[in-house]
Design a protein around this ligand. Structure first.
Ligand code: NCD
Length: 316
């Protein structure tokens, strides 16, 4: 079946599919370096509808679309500047916007928003973050970054650190990690921000070895990939709790001495305090390259959605 929408990384639990996407992304990077990106999406219009703030996701999707010769229309504060402020439902807004464009990239604070949008949209919906749910395109670029930086997507140890409860990039990445063989996952969070049960039972079902703790130092010498995340301030109902946990884990110069010398440091960004600036110049810090990879992964995904959707499996 065709890939109609991109809603969850559960749609991508197929190694061949992932490798195809990564190859296309590699190709677009090479073409871009030579200023020779084929204008494959001429006459297509992408709508970027963002009800929550974004820098990387929206700019990289827009840039990806423009590089491929397409056009972009967008609203970066849809909750205020679209008819939502007048009381229009998400469903009605999507029905209307899907009549004006060929695909919609949607970011919304509610966890089922992308699925709801897909039900009423006449064009593909790309989930660019649905509240505390998922952020599939981020996880695809994260997994791509792992392959590029450590040279493999098997036989590695990964630390997922920070806000595992609300962090949607973590949720999407967990599904992709399950594709790897001989992988071990260290879940590190304050006890209030542990990974929700449903992701842990998923890991169990897939036979992935994992452990939970609140200790960053212990895992530093062990991991090949250290994936840091921001504590998601906007999801807390108690600001007091946020204040208590916000600086639970800070990676600084001292931690670098303990980190495995081949271990790469990733972060979906934005960072707040969890990675000190002094870490940026370490050659294991790959988060800025990771963000750049988002451009090429999104070019590949747009290309697949518009032109080669038949090669991809649909949501399981
Ligand atoms: C993430 C998000 O929006 O979930 N940002 C991103 O897209 N790179 C991570 C975050 O906001 O902490």
């Amino acid at each position: 079946m065709d890939l109609k929408h991109i809603l969850s990384t559960q749609q991508f639990l197929n190694r061949k599919t992932l490798q195809d996407i990564f190859k296309i992304a590699d190709g677009f990077e090479k073409a871009d370096q030579k200023d020779k990106v084929p204008k494959l999406l001429q006459n297509k219009i992408l709508s970027c509808v963002f009800y929550e703030p974004s820098t990387r996701t929206r700019f990289s999707f827009e840039s990806a679309m423009l590089k491929l010769g397409g056009q972009v229309i967008s609203t970066e504060s849809a909750g205020h500047f679209s008819s939502a402020i007048k009381g229009e439902t998400l469903e009605d807004s999507i029905r209307i916007i899907s009549g004006y464009s060929d695909a919609i990239v949607l970011r919304h604070p509610e966890a089922d928003a992308a699925k709801r949008a897909a039900k009423v949209s006449s064009v593909p919906i790309v989930n660019a973050g649905d509240g505390t749910g998922e952020h599939p395109t981020q996880a695809l670029l994260d997994f791509y970054t792992i392959q590029k930086e450590i040279g493999r997507i098997d036989d590695f140890k990964i630390g997922l650190v920070g806000d595992l409860l609300y962090g949607r990039t973590i949720h999407s990445l967990i599904y992709l990690i399950s594709l790897a063989t001989n992988v071990e996952v260290f879940l590190v969070s304050p006890k209030e921000l542990r990974l929700p049960e449903k992701y842990k039972s998923f890991l169990k079902t897939r036979g992935i070895k994992f452990s939970e703790s609140s200790n960053l130092e212990n895992i530093l010498p062990k991991v090949d990939v250290l994936y840091m995340t921001r504590v998601q301030k906007e999801r807390f109902s108690s600001q007091r709790l946020y204040e208590r946990v916000k600086n639970s884990f800070v990676l600084n110069k001292k931690s670098l001495n303990k980190l495995n010398k081949h271990g790469v440091i990733m972060h979906p960004l934005p960072r707040v305090n969890e990675i000190s600036k002094e870490v940026d110049s370490d050659n294991r810090a790959v988060y800025f390259r990771q963000a750049r990879n988002g451009l090429y992964i999104r070019m590949a995904l747009l290309n697949l959605l518009f032109t080669k959707s038949k090669n991809l499996p649909s949501k399981q």
